[in-house]
Write a protein that binds this ligand. Sequence first.
Ligand code: GZL
Length: 329
Amino acid sequence: MISRRALLSGAVAAAAAGTLAACGKKESPSSSSSGGTKQITLGFSQVGSESGWRSANTSSVKDAAAAAGINLKFSDAQQKQENQIQAIRDYIAQKVDVISFSPVVSSGWDTVLKEAQAAKIPVILTDRQVDSSQDLWVSLVGSDFEIEGERAAHLLEKVLQGATGAVNIAVLEGTTGSAPATQRAAGFKKVMDASHPDWKIVASQTGDFTRDGGKQVMAAFLTSHPEINVLFAHNDDMALGAIQSIQAAGKKPGTDIKIVSIDGVHDGFVAMAAGQINAIAECNPLLGPQLMDAVKKVLAGQTLEKWIKTQEADFVAADAAAALPNRKY
Ligand code: GZL
């Protein structure tokens, strides 16, 4: 996993050098030999359709490509890395102008990224990082997951304000080996270690970012750890699944078990307005416009920041009802 510091310094280095090493030099569509303006073709490999966040992200990419006049080739990997690798190889064979993907896990991409580099097709990451060398991809358009983990911990501080007694935390982790799962856990732990020696993580397991995963794992947690009084879910969909299990166990979500989550999808806000989720750290899925802007710039030979970050906010239950009508996803 590339550290955030290395990623940020890479951005500075790339900007200073003014080079797009990974881009290579391929005749860009805008300067086709015929002198006309050839339509840009973007090959995009999506993780899957595991959550409300992912659905919103897919819509944003498709809508933004249409609005930008970019020909989008889109594939859904059903959360399997081998499907993403095959999709990237297909795009290389089809000689697309740019490849973009949201890597389901962080490792195992070197070979296929080197194939894209050899074919002089620039690669732009969206959403999630890879631990491959930075010279194999041009830029990452996405959130800072470690900060999201820290934000979630600070939201839990707010939720627990004035509370006394033990803090026994269950964690529903995202997909094992994915950047959001690894980095959100690290950020949350950083705040715990620094300020909350009294907080105890009594159970932690992946629910794979899905509602069913959150429901199944939380049901097991409640059997083995009846002392749980806090849930930190790496995404809203797992929190929403966990709520079903909490209720089935005769407990009140948001009261008997405080819940802090990440994403901010519509159903997460509905649950927060109902007091079932106590706080959410937003993770913005609407990356499409920034991605299309980056695609056009890289083909125009412009230097991109190594990490194009998204803007996002934090919400507590008291904010939810007023915020709901303005939510874009
Ligand atoms: C985060 C994204 C995560 C979301 C989940 O940027 O990769 O994957 O938090 C989604 O909802 O499944």
